[in-house]
Ligand binder design. Structure first.
Ligand code: TXE
Length: 423
């Protein structure tokens, strides 16, 4: 399909999503359990921005003309970009619509067709997007949604010889296995996996701003966020004051059902996942972390699927709470004495998805951002996302990018064309 027609269709899809933003936010909230205010402002509006941004790329996917330096005679040498083919997009449950849009928008812009597999826990918004795509005029077969369990349907996509590219977001364990399988049929691969993102608060930080941003960076979506800042390293001279502010902020968050517009902390996606988060909380208690606020030892008294936002202090790097991704509203805090120590401890993780720095000193923020091992660095904020900026990690957080022009390469192949002139 010509580029400008693709652009129009993608923009029409964005408009169709916009026209029923409230309905889609509602779907997302009843499926995931998330706060409706976030579903609207983050999931739905983030998705619209993504489609709108990538629609503009359809007409800008040019190759280049090279000037050959080693060939005899006269030649014309140039490259063209072509769509990679059929894309399988395997989507997790924490941001079903938004992560679908990350993969779908760029793949469509590049002229690929897409088979989307939402998480078995949260299929509704992807199915609605497929209906809207039909309504706005996408030809049959361009956007497909298949539902089912990961080990059956996801696995089938990973092994299918008709799939040319696999773009996966999910856990590191599953992503590693899926990636190995995909290589058997030489699929192109993007893996967006877990994280254990560190947060450094230096002696020069604005503590009110730091506390607010740290709280939203860990407790948004009830902690079910891959780049959540879950390990705080606070300079010893600001540590106590910061912990007090974090405690006060966490205790002021409104807990309630996702559909209540005031709720910030809402039920987790499933009972099984809630059980896993509780096991991590139990391990923090048994390993000697000091509870600041939230869930105590021996399980929770809440029966509504929600866990209280929980903060532990005096964490050490060997504790499970500081090593493993929890994917729940659980924050650990430790103190440091020198920036070298903070960087070394922050980088001592298998993951490298994101890191955050809080400081009002420009040199400090720039130098720390250079030294931290992560795909995304946030300065005096957490979790900022924009379609123009690539998102993706290093190490056990995977490889390849979603969003930004960098994502386009994952859905394109470059063909080199040599024309010998004068023959
Ligand atoms: O992820 P899975 P789950 C992390 C987080 C969470 C944990 C488990 O730590 O606690 O993963 O969540 C599909 N072949 N993240 O169980 O299992 C599956 O159907 C092919 C981080 O949901 O990795 C779903 O569509 N596909 C993450 C997707 O993979 C398979 C967001 C993710 O599922 C498959 C979510 C298989 N064998 C969880 N098995 C992030 N980085 O944001 C499962 N799937």
């Amino acid at each position: 399909m010509p580029a400008l027609e693709r652009q129009k269709l993608i923009l029409r899809l964005a408009d169709a999503i916009d026209a029923e933003a409230d309905f889609l936010a509602h779907l997302e909230t009843i499926d995931v359990g998330k706060a409706i205010s976030d579903a609207r402002s983050i999931d739905v509006f983030g998705s619209i921005a993504n489609f709108e941004y990538f629609a503009g790329w359809t007409s800008k996917l040019d190759g280049r003309t090279a000037t050959a330096v080693s060939l005899p005679g006269e030649t014309l040498t140039y490259t063209v970009k072509e769509p990679v083919g059929v894309v399988a997009a395997i989507i997790p449950w924490n941001f079903p619509l938004q992560i679908l849009s990350w993969k779908l928008a760029a793949a469509l812009a590049c002229g690929c067709t897409v088979v989307c597999k939402p998480s078995e826990l949260t299929p509704l918004s992807a199915m609605r997007v497929a209906q809207l795509a039909t309504k706005v005029g996408f030809p049959d077969g361009v956007i497909n949604v298949v539902n089912g369990f990961g080990h059956i349907i996801g696995q089938a996509l990973a092994t299918h010889p008709g799939i040319d590219k696999l773009s996966f977001t999910g856990s590191t364990a599953v992503g590693t296995a899926v990636g190995k399988t995909a290589l058997d049929t030489m699929k192109r691969l993007t893996l967006e996996l877990g994280g254990k993102s560190p947060v450094i608060v230096t002696s020069k930080a604005n503590l009110d701003n730091a506390a607010n941003a740290i709280l939203s960076g860990i407790f948004m979506n009830s902690g079910q966020v891959c780049d959540a800042g879950s390990r705080v390293y606070a300079h010893a001279c600001v540590h106590d004051e910061l912990v007090e502010k974090l405690k006060a902020g966490a205790e002021s968050l409104t807990i309630g059902p996702g559909l209540d517009p005031n709720s910030k902390i809402t039920p987790l996606v499933s009972a099984a996942h809630r059980g896993r988060v509780l096991e991590h909380i139990e391990s923090a208690h048994s390993e000697g972390a000091s509870l600041v606020t939230g869930e105590g030892p021996g399980g929770t008294s809440r029966e509504d699927g929600i866990l209280r936002p929980t903060i532990f202090d005096e964490c050490s790097d060997g504790m499970q709470i500081f090593r493993e991704e929890i994917f729940g509203a659980v924050l650990g805090v430790a103190r440091f004495r020198s920036l070298d120590e903070a960087v070394e401890r922050a980088n001592a993780s298998i993951y490298g998805l994101a890191a955050a720095v809080y400081s009002d000193n420009v040199d400090e923020t720039v130098q720390l951002s250079r030294r931290l091992k992560a795909g995304n660095i946030y300065i005096n904020a957490h979790g900022l996302l924009d379609p123009t900026m690539p998102f993706g990690g290093v190490g056990a957080s995977g490889f390849g990018k979603d969003m930004g022009p960098e994502q386009l390469d994952g859905f394109l192949t470059t063909k080199s064309i040599y024309l010998q002139l004068g023959k």
